[in-house]
Design a protein around this ligand. Structure first.
Ligand SMILES: Cc1ncc(COP(=O)(O)O)c(C=O)c1O
Length: 466
C-alpha cells in the first residue's frame, strides 16, 4: 500500500454517482416522443411493477418520498392535538410531514448499534409524555409511529407492529433507504382487507439474491392467512425452509414510503412511492396526490370524452411524471443487481476496515437483507487526535467524498426552539452523531475507487491515532 498524499491523489471518489444505463435514456426519449409527459401509461406500469417487486397490493407514484409520507399521514387522519413517534435520527422529511398536519413529532432516541429507532425508548417516551416529563404538551394523544430503516438496515417490523397494536397506533414506514430490503419475520401474517397477489420468493444460496418462484397467487379468502414466503437463509449453507422473510413494503406498515431521489438505491431524478395493502388508503392517497380530483389526467384525456372531473378535497400536486417513471422502470429492473453490487462493496469495506481500532463498522446481521444505501462508520474519538469534521475534510482533500447521516432532529434550531428538545432528552443520538461518517458506496464504483477509500481511511486513522 502506497502512502496517500493530497497533492498526488490521482483518484477522486465522489460520495455518490448515479448509475444510469442506455435503457433509461432510450425510455426517456421514447416518452418525450410519445407526446405524453405527465402521469400516464409509464407511471401506471411503474406502479404495478413496483408493487409486485416489493410484494404490496397498491402503489401510488408521487414526486418524492416526502409527498408519499405526507399523503400517508393525511389519509390516516392525522391532525391537531395528536402526536406521532418519530426517530430523532432521521432526515427532515420524516418529522416535517407530521407538522404539515399540525400534529407534533414525539422524538425517540436511537439504538446504539443499528441507529434505528429504539422501541424501548418509544415506550418510555409515551410514558414520559403522559407524566409531563417531555418538553411537549402532556395532553397530546399519540396516534402513530414512523420507523425509519437507517441506511437500509430494516427494523424488526414484527416488533414494531406488536408495539403499535398494543397501543392502538398506526404504522407508516419511512422506507426512503430500504429498497430492496427484507428481514426475517417470525410468524404468519394475515391480510386485513382485499384480494392479494402473492409473490413467492427465495434466496439463491450462491448469490444471496432474491428471485421470484411464483407470481399472482390469489388468496381464495382475503381474510385468510397468506402463505409464508418459503425462503432459505441467504447466509447459511443449510437451507432453512421454515424461515419466513418479509420484504420492505410487503404489508410491513399501513403505508410504506419509498424515495427515488437522485442518490437513493434507485432513482427517477426526484420521486417516491406509497405502497399499501389498504384499498381505501390507496384511493385517498391517489386522489390527494392530484388536487383532490375525482379522476386523474390520464383518465380525463385518454378516456372517452371523459373531460369532466370534480374537486372532492383540497389536495396537493404530488403526482409523478411519465418522464420520471420512464427512468424508474429500468432502474427497477436492475434494483437487485445494483443491491448485490453495493452488498459486495460493503462486505469489502467490512473486511478491509475490520482491524482498524479507531473506527466502528455498521452491522450486517444474518436476519436482514440490507439495501446498503449507506455505509456509516463511527469514529472512536478517544483514539483519534482529530474530530469528525476535520476527518471528513482530510478525506475530501485525499479524494474521498463523505457525508453525515444525520444531525439528529432535536439538535436543529426548529425542534430545539419550537418544542424545547435538548441533548439530555435523546442521549444516544446526541452522543453518536459527532462520530458519524458515511463512506461512498454506489453501484458502478470501480475497484480502484473502493480500494482508495479503504486505504485512505486506514492511513488517516494511523496518522491521527493517539
Ligand atoms: C430517511 C429519509 N426519509 C425521507 C427522505 C425524503 O426523500 P425525498 O427526497 O424523496 O422526499 C429522505 C431523503 O434523503 C430520507 O433520507
Amino acid at each position: 500500500m502506497r502512502p496517500i498524499d493530497a497533492r498526488q491523489s490521482p483518484i477522486q471518489v465522489p460520495f455518490f454517482r448515479p448509475s444510469i444505463s442506455e435503457a433509461e435514456i432510450e425510455e426517456v426519449v421514447s416518452c418525450l416522443r410519445s407526446g405524453w409527459l405527465t402521469t400516464g401509461p409509464r407511471t401506471k406500469r411503474f406502479e404495478s411493477e413496483f408493487a409486485r417487486q416489493v410484494g404490496g397490493m397498491y402503489a401510488v407514484a408521487v414526486n418524492s418520498c416526502t409527498a408519499a409520507l405526507h399523503l400517508a399521514v393525511e389519509a390516516l387522519g392525522l391532525g391537531p392535538c395528536q402526536a406521532v413517534l418519530v426517530p430523532t435520527m432521521t432526515f427532515a422529511a420524516t418529522a416535517e410531514v407530521v407538522r404539515y398536519q399540525n400534529a407534533v413529532p414525539l422524538l425517540v432516541d436511537c439504538d446504539p448499534v443499528t441507529l434505528n429507532m429504539d422501541i424501548e425508548d418509544a415506550a418510555r417516551k409515551i410514558e414520559q409524555l403522559r407524566a409531563g416529563n417531555t418538553p411537549l404538551d402532556p395532553s397530546l394523544r399519540v396516534v402513530g409511529i414512523i420507523p425509519v430503516h437507517v441506511g437500509g438496515l430494516m427494523m424488526d417490523m414484527d416488533r414494531v407492529q406488536a408495539f403499535a397494536a398494543e397501543r392502538g397506533l398506526w404504522v407508516v414506514e419511512d422506507a426512503a433507504h430500504s429498497f430492496p430490503a427484507a428481514y426475517r419475520a417470525r410468524g404468519q401474517r394475515s391480510v386485513v382487507r382485499g384480494q392479494r397477489s402473492v409473490v413467492r420468493g427465495q434466496w439463491s444460496e450462491v448469490r444471496g439474491q432474491w428471485s421470484e418462484v411464483s407470481k399472482n397467487v390469489q388468496t381464495a379468502n382475503p381474510k385468510s392467512q397468506v402463505p409464508n414466503h418459503q425462503i432459505s437463509n441467504p447466509q447459511s449453507p443449510i437451507p432453512n425452509p421454515s424461515a419466513c422473510w418479509r420484504r420492505c413494503g410487503e404489508n410491513t406498515a399501513a403505508v410504506s414510503c419509498f424515495s427515488f431521489y437522485a442518490n437513493k438505491t434507485m432513482t427517477t431524478g426526484e420521486g417516491g412511492m406509497a405502497v399499501t395493502d389498504d384499498e381505501q388508503l390507496a384511493a385517498r392517497m391517489r386522489q390527494m396526490s392530484l388536487h383532490g380530483l375525482s379522476r386523474d389526467a390520464w383518465k380525463r384525456f385518454a378516456g372517452n370524452h371523459a373531460w369532466d372531473y370534480k374537486i372532492v378535497a383540497p389536495g396537493y400536486k404530488y403526482n409523478m411524471t411519465d418522464i420520471a417513471a420512464a427512468i424508474g422502470l429500468h432502474q427497477l429492473a436492475r434494483a437487485e443487481e445494483n443491491r448485490l453490487e453495493r452488498q459486495s462493496i460493503a462486505r469489502f469495506f467490512r473486511e478491509e476496515l475490520a482491524e482498524i481500532d479507531q473506527i466502528e463498522l455498521p452491522p450486517d446481521p444474518p436476519d436482514r437483507v440490507h439495501s446498503w444505501h449507506l455505509f456509516p462508520i463511527r469514529l472512536r474519538l478517544d483514539r483519534l487526535s482529530i474530530k469528525r469534521n476535520a476527518f471528513i475534510e482530510r478525506l475530501r482533500e485525499l479524494g474521498v467524498g463523505c457525508s453525515v447521516h444525520w444531525r439528529p432532529l432535536h439538535l436543529h434550531p426548529y425542534y430545539e426552539e419550537t418544542f424545547g428538545w435538548r441533548v439530555e432528552h435523546l442521549p444516544v443520538a446526541s452522543a453518536e452523531w459527532p462520530r458519524l461518517v458515511s463512506l461512498p458506496l454506489f453501484p458502478g464504483m470501480r475497484e480502484e475507487e473502493y480500494r482508495h477509500v479503504a486505504d485512505t481511511i486506514r492511513q488517516l486513522c494511523q496518522r491521527n491515532s493517539t
